[in-house]
Design a protein around this ligand. Structure first.
Ligand code: MBD
Ligand code: FE
Length: 279
């Protein structure tokens, strides 16, 4: 029935909203929030909407991590999910093999080449040859493509298919810790509450394969100063993968590189989708 979804949603709303309002009212009562203060709150939220920062607000208040954790509670034997954040862009370029997700640009001199590789499989170990990866990350400096004028559009973003045996490899650069945007209302909130704006270096992954639950996650690296205090609290130890330095001359020559590079192994396990009722 067409209206079933909407009925379920309004049932949830009818259950949740009174609790949400009670919680807000309790806080207002407890702190005897003034009219002026409440108007400032509404003004702040209006600004968050105007500047399109609601996802960022959800992230820095660690609400996104909480909702993600609840959504994936009880999953075991699969790669942990993680927050998508506000920096994903729809329809990134399709990258052919050998996959490289960036173009050379001025800032590339300030970083190290990185090859990320691994295998996409189902929980029973079967390789998922039809899987598609969608990657996005910051460059070695200057943040995401949308902020860094030196970078071509969609730099450090891309989609590609894995090999028949589920294997993949892509060339990127080692990302660095970076600060989320601080020039808007969320930046002012961080300032006012003395919360730093730093995230540890990370690479975002979206992974899709037929018959499997899509995965959105992030990969982090050891020894990052912000692993323990990510401003959005999204680090999970199972997602921290070592960077291995490679300086073998033959290997450099084979890859056409003139400086040592890094490799990082990240195997991905997807959960079979709940099989829908067979008609
Ligand atoms: C980011 O780069 C990010 O990945 C998230 C989740 C939130 C803000 C900035
Ligand atoms: Fe990010």
């Amino acid at each position: 029935m067409a209206d079933t979804v909407r009925e379920v949603e309004s049932e949830r709303l009818a259950r949740i909203l009174p609790d949400a309002l009670r919680a807000i009212h309790e806080v207002i009562e407890k702190h005897e929030v003034t009219e002026e203060e409440w108007m400032a709150v509404l003004g702040f939220l209006t600004e968050v909407g105007k500047q399109d920062e609601f996802v960022l607000l959800s992230d820095v208040t660690k609400t996104s991590v909480l909702v993600d954790d609840i959504s994936h509670r009880g999953e075991s034997g699969v790669t942990p999910s993680d927050v998508e954040g506000p920096l994903y862009r729809e329809d990134p370029p399709w990258r052919e093999k050998p996959v490289k997700i960036y173009e050379e640009y001025e800032g590339a001199q300030n970083g190290d080449v990185l090859f990320v590789r691994g295998r996409v499989a189902s929980t029973d170990g079967a390789p998922l040859g039809g899987a598609v990866l969608d990657i996005w990350q910051t460059g070695p400096d200057g943040g995401y493509d949308i902020w860094d004028e030196r970078q071509p559009d969609y730099n450090f973003r891309g989609r590609f298919g894995v090999d028949e045996d589920g294997g993949y490899e892509f060339q990127t650069m080692v990302p660095k810790p970076y600060t989320i945007p601080t020039d808007g209302p969320v930046g002012r909130l961080l300032d006012a509450t003395e919360q730093h704006p730093w995230r540890p270096a990370h690479i975002h992954f979206k992974v899709e394969a037929n018959g499997h639950q899509p995965l959105v996650t992030q990969v982090f690296f050891p020894d990052d100063p912000y692993l323990e205090n990510d401003t959005i609290g999204a680090v999970k130890s199972a997602l921290v993968r070592p960077l291995i330095r490679q300086d073998d001359e033959d290997e450099l020559a084979r890859r056409g590189l003139d400086a040592p590079f890094y490799t990082c192994e990240f195997d991905i396990t997807l959960k079979p989708a709940m099989s829908a009722a067979r008609a």
